[in-house]
Design a protein around this ligand. Sequence first.
Ligand code: PLP
Length: 474
Amino acid sequence: MPADEFRTAGHALVEWIADYLQHAERYPVLAQVAPGEIARSLPGQAPEHGEAFGDILADIDRVIVPGLTHWNSPTFFAYFSICASGPGVLADFLSSAFNQQAMLWRTSPAATELEAVTLGWLRQLMGLPDAFEGVIYDTASISTLHALAAARERALRGVRRTGLADRDDARGLRVYCSDQAHSSVDKAVILLGLGHEAVVKVATDDAFRMDVGALAAAIADDRAAGRHPLAVIATTGTTSTTSVDPVPAIADVCERHDVWLHVDAAYGGAAAIVPGMEWILAGADRADSLVVNPHKWMLTPFDLSVLFCRHMDLLREAFSLVPEYLTTSEAPEVRNLMDTGVQLGRRFRALKLWFVLRYFGAEGMRSRIAEHLRLARLFAGWVDETPGYERLAPVPMSVVCFRVCPPSLHDDPAALDALNERLLQALNATGKIFLSHTRLRGAYALRVAIGHARTTEAHLAAAWRLIQDTALGA
Ligand code: PLP
């Protein structure tokens, strides 16, 4: 693409993006297309001859946008509401232009060193100790996988050479998490070859927090039966309700039994930067590793997950493997990102976190997250004071779990579930808001998650009116 054409096309694209980000609520939040519809509207083969950039851009409006679920909409309340801020989007654009492949320090000194510096800033913001070294991966699932690989390396020295098959100490390895922990824990355990049976789901209390007595008992029972407790995953901000496991007490148990403690703060870690919310990460300073996802609640476009680990040497022991063609002449202490994980190539992800942290500043990040916390409390209050509605979990952060619960159905759990499921489908079909659901103690629960920088009290009030009106016909 000649430079002049790039300039013209680039300006047109930036105009398009600026307009889109400003007016994302023009579109139905949840894509209103049928499976296969987008694929059918595209040609089955790549074009033989190049096409004009304008024609490609026109197809963005015609084909692609109708197939987007608009995570950028301020009325996206499903899963965890996230936000791609302007500076983050621009940084990703620049990152593509730089096309850095930061496998080795020498292949991108800037990406390597900016990552270390930016993660140092993030660590300070979150109040974590300097002993945590950080590394960026794509998602929390991958961060947790690497944390557990390091834990396995510590528990089974030399496992990368021996494998698991013929080792007595590899039999009966156990990884503990609460019954509210994210499925990425299960996947990591499966992938590490421990078998899904190795995951022990510990019961939770009435606020969906891990029962530490049950954890201690499970570990003691396993030890007595000759099994090997490997790691505990404590979640600070669980996926369904954002409950926070009691990390200080869990850390006591881990220390007593010499078990790796990994804190899954993928979502909740962001809230800990808000004054008064530091309690979310209480005890996390005693963890062996912690994951936080700036792409969830820190205005950073997907994807960017951070693993903080106090034993990065173990992660390197697990994954460093240097073929001749990747050897370098730098001093051994120079950090090569390829040594800290499965993948060789690395995108320049730190750039977007750096842009975001600089553009908003700590104060700007805190105030936006604090506003989401306020809005969630407000919404919870509306639910609490409205007859025929029931809140199903405490609201420590920015997710409210609730259901419509007319008195006539109080004693009919199946009918209540069916009603709420119908309500959710009807709401999402309006295209005006997008909510998701979970099950809590067996009950079907609607979730309103607040996390977009442009979500206002007016958006939330309109959503609440829509929920109540739609419930009348569900
Ligand atoms: N941990 C928690 C607590 C989550 O809520 C999620 C996703 O929502 C994950 C891990 C996995 O996140 P990712 O999509 O970054 O793998």
